[in-house]
Design a binder for this molecule. Sequence first.
Ligand code: SF4
Length: 352
Amino acid sequence: MLPCLASGAPDSDAQFTREAKFYEKLGYKKIKCKLCPRECVIDDRERGYCGARENRGGIYYTLVHSRVVTAHVDPIEKKPFFHFCPGGMAFSVATAGCNVNCKMCQNWDISQVRPEQAPSNYLPPKRLAEMARESNCAAIAYTYSEPVIFYEYVVDAAEAGRAAGIKSAVVTGGFIQQDPLKELCRRVDAIKVDLKAFSEKFYKEVVNGEMKPVLDGLVTMRKLGMWTEIVYLVIPTLNDSDAEFKALARWVKSELGPDVPVHFSRFHPEYLLKNLPPTPLNTLERAKAACDAEGLHYVYLGNVPGHPAENTYCPKCKRAVVERTGFMVHGMHLENSKCKYCRQAIPGVWKT
Ligand code: SF4
């Protein structure tokens, strides 16, 4: 739903076009994009893999600045963020395009198209921030497709949001180079990474991407103090082995620490994986058990409303400190970011 936006005709190209931030000029008007690890080398009048960036005479441009294809007001828990402004709402926006092609994509109708193929509206950063504030949102969420490919819009909107007292939260596959990631970490308040699996094979065959840059990015986010949560969509037969869950848990514990929330989410058949069944509950519980055994403190199950693993438990006294059902928060037992029962600090961004 896109209420009350200034309309942008699909052919009004100039309002959506800005010079890209991260690219290198090569000879003969070619450029190399340095935004994501794909590093597309692009001739004049050509576009990169994501379809959202174009070389015009040796200058590289984003075509999707302020070019919003969908906008909704959602609970922050739906992203999901469980330790970031709980109970708040997020003004959630996306543009067309993506830098990978996941066979399980739930938003393929906007992620796998070019900007001209999706009806869009013009929503400049300042207006976006105003709308978020008018809708009583705690944050703007950049989500649904892939915020990396609308990077310039994200950083400009985050700046406008900060000026208006609105936080910014990025929901991403994390397939981004280190320099743009470091700048992003200075501009936004939280990043949720969809870690698609814990194997390069899966990334190659199901995502058409690479896992290592995503893991490197997660380490950088933590080093820079960015509030980070991980979501892992558990897909039957493809990324659901005990060995993979254990390897993931060990890596998170050793490289990111036990306090990074990990959400295991139930798969529903979508897009190019309609042949697979929804994830059985006991598979999700196996994933959680592997992470619990490794000592991770905040392991959640998603898309299973009413399951006790939707709650946040204090790692010290084991009592529920944030109670949830689905995307609803119905009990907060924190005082000054600490468990009110035993005074254990619970990491997160708890205040809006
Ligand atoms: S952001 Fe787009 S153009 Fe740039 S390297 Fe990635 S896929 Fe290619």
